[in-house]
Ligand binder design. Structure first.
Ligand code: DQQ
Length: 507
């Protein structure tokens, strides 16, 4: 595809129209008019309007010197594109990229707090990165932004700490002070979030480690050597720390819930936040309904050449509403506003499944929401076959095993094997390809399995009993890979009901 740029807002509509025919391009998940997107940034609701900024490279569908793209929504569903909000300043602390950060309302002055990135090539061919914290303000309703002459306002991590990286400030208000957590890692110890305090967002004091993980522990999961994009907030009577676990070849999101006092966090639970390998670097904001709304980057799982050929890369997850259950684990629900996109509806009533696969006639699963309820019988496994070709050669299998309680998404036959490649979060290297992803979802006696599945071009997002999310990317190659089937293997199960809605476009 001929190189295109997203620097000219006058071209946004034409760029969207030009790419709209691509069957892998989502229609109701947010993504830029063209080119590269990764992390959500600066998510905020001001004056009733949701603002979504995002890591963006405007000159190619590849990671590059990062800018902040910008879109707004008044209904959390439909988005308007705005001009690029932040761009690197040659010679400044963000010369090589305006990396991830947040937006806050500082007594009526919208302010970005973000990571400046400067890269110094070394004689041995490596790159030394200087990562600092910068701020920018807007006085025209968040359209244009002015970087502070005081940048960097935090030049880096404290010298006494042997840190591996340092980035992605997240700021909140506590009394009359601002507090900021920044993602980092302490060499040989583990991922950490470093805490700073300020009264004016310009002068900051270091308050120590809010919390540090253990790189040598896998109990209950490994949290790696470095954390990106931390999020820390109070929710439902507890505190939640969300981390993006970063290591070469590893990128996933985990969360802790626990107690916060005296600038220190003491976790009581730790779990994966999404069992897929695509969801990464999420941000979660409190909106004016008092809800905690989260978006994450759904990174591509195909190789760089395929992304270049497509002319775009990276999708935002649906907005999901977080709550905390009494046991301290998170619950996830797609924002109810998304139901306004529902169009043609099909209902399949209860039926028994006797060691069989039943293709559901008339159900097209391509830009579609599905809600299916199953009851376990004697089956070894049961579930859904999605994006299925009539001969079954292409399909994505969502499979529940009652004995192990494991829900697995199998993307080994979702499309050609060559389309299953993936790319690292910062564009360098490539992450391991996992064709099977999932986690355990124990069901109480008599509790049905409730699957809400959102299919949207190359996106599949699964919400299972609001307790387990699996977000992935799939690249079916056949135009007829749009079928939906239900199955039970090795015994019987019951499909209590299945509802299917064709989803409208958000553009
Ligand atoms: N992406 C940004 C970083 C962040 C990473 C760079 C996470 O600030 O740590 O594009 O995907």
């Amino acid at each position: 595809m001929q190189q295109i740029t997203t620097r000219d807002p006058a071209q946004f509509a034409a760029l969207r129209a030009r790419l709209a025919g691509d069957p892998h391009r989502p229609r109701y998940h947010f993504l830029p008019p063209a080119n590269w997107m990764n992390d959500p940034n600066g998510t905020i609701q001001l004056g009733g309007t949701y603002h979504l900024f995002y890591q963006h490279f405007p000159d190619a569908p590849q990671w590059g010197p990062m800018h902040w793209g910008h879109a707004t929504s008044t209904d959390l569903v439909h988005w308007d594109d705005l001009p690029i909000a932040l761009a690197p300043t040659p010679g400044g602390p963000d010369t090589d990229g305006c990396w991830s950060g947040c937006a806050v309302d500082n007594n009526g002055v919208p302010t970005f707090v973000y990571s400046g990135n400067r890269a110094y090539p070394q004689p041995d061919g490596t790159t030394k990165r200087v990562q600092s914290t910068c701020i920018a303000t807007s006085d025209d309703g968040m359209r244009t932004w002015h970087k502070s002459a005081a940048n960097p306002v935090i030049p880096g991590p404290p010298e006494e700490l042997d840190t591996v990286q340092y980035r992605d400030p997240a700021v909140w208000r506590e009394g009359d002070e601002w507090l900021c957590v920044t993602g980092s890692g302490i060499a040989g110890v583990g991922g950490t979030v470093l805490l700073n305090r300020s009264r004016d967002l310009v002068r900051w004091d270091y308050l120590g480690e809010l919390f540090t993980g253990d790189v040598n522990s896998r109990d209950p999961i490994w949290t790696g050597p470095m954390w990106e994009c931390p999020q820390f907030f109070a929710l439902d009577g507890t505190h939640v720390l969300v981390i993006s676990v970063w290591d070469s070849g590893t990128k996933y999101v985990a969360y802790y819930t626990g107690d916060y006092a005296n600038y220190r966090f003491a976790p009581r639970t730790l779990a994966r936040l999404d069992a897929g390998d695509s969801f990464y670097a999420p941000q979660a904001i409190a909106d004016d309904q008092g809800r905690r709304v989260m978006w994450g980057w759904l990174r591509e799982r195909r190789d760089r050449d395929a992304q270049t050929a497509a002319g775009w890369s990276g999708v935002m997850s649906l907005p999901r509403i977080l709550t905390v259950a009494p046991d301290g684990t998170l619950r996830y629900a797609p924002a109810p506003e998304l139901e306004t996109l529902r169009g043609a509806h099909t209902h399949i009533p209860e039926r028994d499944l006797l060691t069989e696969t039943v293709v559901l006639p008339g159900i097209v699963g391509e830009y579609t929401e599905l809600r299916a309820e199953f009851g376990a019988g004697e089956a070894q496994s049961f579930g859904l076959l999605l994006r299925r070709s009539p001969d079954g050669a292409e399909e994505t299998r969502l499979d529940y095993e009652p004995t192990s309680g494991r829900l697995t998404l199998d993307r080994s036959r979702s499309g050609p094997a060559a389309a299953n490649g993936s790319i690292g979060a910062t564009g360098a290297g490539s992450a391991a390809i996992s064709t099977f992803v999932g986690d355990t979802l124990p069901l109480a006696a008599g509790e049905p399995l409730v699957l809400r599945v959102f299919l949207d071009g190359s996106v599949i997002e699964v919400f299972a009993n609001e307790r387990l999310c699996i977000s992935e990317r799939i690249y079916p190659s056949r135009p007829d890979s749009t079928g939906v089937a239900v199955f039970a293997a090795g015994g019987d199960a019951t499909l209590y009901s299945l509802d299917c809605w064709q989803m409208g476009s958000i553009w």
